[in-house]
Design a binder for this molecule. Structure first.
Ligand SMILES: Cc1cc2nc3c(=O)[nH]c(=O)nc-3n(C[C@H](O)[C@H](O)[C@H](O)COP(=O)(O)OP(=O)(O)OC[C@H]3O[C@@H](n4cnc5c(N)ncnc54)[C@H](O)[C@@H]3O)c2cc1C
Length: 365
């Protein structure tokens, strides 16, 4: 393979687009095949926000990888010249007796944390006996803005072909040949299948498909909305304390609920791992969401949930490694890689996949 390789990326979600960016920056020719418009509103990545977390208790290597991902996000923000990230931190409820050990672990890993007073936060359903530990790094990635900014950057880049409405029908895993539904056949020096939860249709992998129901909320009744710029700290005279609120997890009676705060034009979003269920396919038409919404309401993720106007409900899918429940990036054969599963942190860690694929192009040269 010559120094400048041809990389084919299937799927223009965050994984595909950031991989295309990394490969184009390394001087390679890149073709991105996306079955829908680009960005595609049906992609898992196409949402208002995704959490950018740092600390993985008991997993120093994982924490180090996430710190590396943070540096990539800073770099991408500079490259794209647009804000992608609200630096509001992330708060997780931990059992009080574990907090000292956690603070020591965070200090050792170089992750700044603090314990905000409850009255400095909006009302959150911290389970009894827990303490909210806030990581000052991380916060909220403005997901759909990331996709738009990456697509814009790629459009202007010589050597990059963005091909919306190009559905890949099949992939020969031995030869790496990619067949479009028009019958056109492509073969790059390296290909990445990054079709999100639909990747499993193209290459067999041991993954489980999950569906999750998410609830979007307006500001609580009577609150006055603050500023609208990313990282905006505009005050809210109504005093709802959401303006600079962190993303929060470990909430509700089961300790499995989470919220992403409103800001920079996004809504407040709420869900819980308890409404995440394995499913056979991504077709959720005809599925009644009410039982899942009832379960979310009963969990106490936000203790005063009735004060928040409901702005929308969305169903979303992701795949996880059946054995570990985590992500999966696999080299299927020489020159063919799949992002078979993204797990629950696939958005924030996409720059690490992009970096790995750019390295693989060099290795396979
Ligand atoms: C409810 C929920 C909450 C989440 N929260 C977080 C979070 O807080 N933090 C975090 O980091 N991650 C989170 N994630 C995970 C994250 O959103 C995903 O891992 C990530 O967006 C996956 O991106 P992707 O690019 O791999 O796939 P996708 O975004 O799904 O993109 C795949 C693209 O491939 C295209 N495609 C599929 N098949 C074909 C084909 N045959 N031919 C051509 N194109 C094709 C699709 O149209 C799509 O545009 C969450 C996921 C869910 C479901």
């Amino acid at each position: 393979m010559s120094t400048a390789a041809h990389v084919v990326v299937v799927g223009a979600g965050v994984t595909g687009l950031l991989t295309a960016v990394a490969c184009a920056r390394a001087g390679h020719r890149v073709t991105v095949l996306e079955r829908g418009p680009l960005p595609n509103p049906d992609a898992t990545s196409h949402d208002q926000h995704r959490a950018l977390r740092t600390l993985l208790p008991g997993d120093p290597d994982g924490t180090a990888r996430r710190l590396a991902a943070h540096r990539h996000w800073e770099d991408l923000e500079t490259l794209f010249g647009t804000p992608l990230h609200r630096r509001v931190g992330t708060l997780t409820a931990h059992p009080a007796e574990r907090v000292d050990a956690l603070l020591a672990e965070a200090a050792g890993a170089g992750v700044p944390v603090d314990l905000p007073a409850p009255d400095a936060l909006p009302p959150l359903g911290l389970p009894p006996g827990t303490v909210g530990v806030r990581e000052r790094t991380g916060g909220v990635l403005l997901a759909d803005r990331v996709l738009r900014a990456a697509a814009r950057w790629l459009t202007a880049r010589p050597g990059v072909a963005l091909r919306p409405h190009s559905t890949v029908r099949s992939v020969f895993t031995g030869s790496g040949r990619i067949v479009l539904d028009t019958g056109e056949v492509l073969r790059g020096d390296l290909a990445l299948l990054a079709g999100g939860p639909w990747t499993r249709r193209l290459a067999d992998s041991p993954v489980t498909l999950y569906r999750q129901t998410m609830l979007y909320l307006g500001r609580p009744d009577g609150a006055v909305v603050g500023g609208s710029g990313p990282g905006d700290s505009g005050s809210s005279p109504g005093g709802d304390r959401w303006d600079d609120a962190p993303a929060a997890g470990g909430l509700g009676r089961a300790g499995r609920g989470w919220v992403l705060p409103p800001g920079a034009g996004t809504l407040l979003k709420l869900s819980s791992d308890t409404v995440c269920r394995p499913v056979a396919d991504t077709d959720s038409r005809g599925e009644d969401q009410q039982p899942y919404l009832d379960r979310l309401a009963a969990e106490g993720v936000l203790p005063d949930l009735e004060r928040y106007p409901v702005a929308g409900v969305r169903v979303c899918h992701y795949t996880a490694d059946t054995a570990t429940g985590g992500p999966l990036l696999t080299r299927v054969s020489p020159g063919l890689w799949t992002r078979a599963a993204c797990g629950g942190s696939g958005f924030s860690t996409a720059p690490l996949v992009a970096e790995r694929i750019a390295e693989a192009v060099k290795e396979e040269a």
